[in-house]
Design a protein. Structure first.
Length: 213
């Protein structure tokens, strides 16, 4: 199987990528032996998923799901750009969105409707080009774009160094400084190309399920 065939949506592929790295990197192998393999995280490639990213910013998973459910109820089904644009700010605020998130949601809908963000084109773009396209939308930063590339597009070489859990998890795996910043983690990640997304999953898994000392 070639690298171009691999996807982060397939748990067998995740195991294969980590096994390839573990064969060369004893710290990755030790982490796998300690906590096992991470599960795949799959989201739809859709407007709804990007809207959920905005809704969920700085909220718990439970609170975000509640608000997303209210927005979906307002539209009578999966959110669409057209459906969002016909809703009033008052209705969206009553569903639980802050004024800022209402503005961000409208910016996303407008970008999709105008073609400024071409959802159909994203799967065919290189990682950095797809990231740049997403972060042009107000309210979607680099971390949001990286999460979308990993979980909605299944990209295998994304390294989200702005994610605290990834930073802390990988530091624990390799014995690095306890609270590393993005720059050292970016540097560490070069050794795990082209499977950094799989290592990010392992880092989250290790952080959430630390081995017994």
């Amino acid at each position: 199987m070639t690298d171009t065939d691999l996807t982060l949506h397939n748990e067998e592929h995740i195991r294969l990528m980590l096994d390839r790295l573990g064969a060369e990197d004893p710290q990755i192998r030790a982490a796998l032996d300690a906590v096992g393999y991470p599960a795949a995280r799959v989201r739809d490639h859709s407007f709804t998923t990007l809207l959920d990213v905005i809704v969920g910013q700085q909220l718990s998973t439970k609170a975000a799901a509640t608000i997303a459910g209210r927005v979906q109820a307002l539209m009578g089904g999966a959110p669409t750009p057209d459906g969002l644009m016909v809703l009033t700010d008052e209705a969206l605020r009553a569903a639980g969105l802050s004024r800022q998130k209402v503005a961000y949601s409208r910016s996303l809908a407008e970008a999709v409707l105008s073609g400024a963000l071409d959802l159909k084109a994203l799967p065919h773009m290189p990682d950095e080009a797809a990231t740049e396209a997403i972060i042009q939308v107000k309210g979607l930063g680099r971390w949001s774009a990286e999460m979308y590339l990993m979980f909605a597009l299944g990209r295998t070489d994304i390294w989200p160094v702005d994610d605290l859990a990834v930073r802390h998890g990988i530091a624990a795996i390799i014995g690095g400084e306890e609270r590393p910043g993005p720059k050292p983690v970016e540097k560490w990640g070069t050794r795990w190309r082209p499977y950094r997304s799989a290592v990010a999953l392992l880092s989250w898994h290790y952080y959430s399920n630390p081995p017994l000392q």
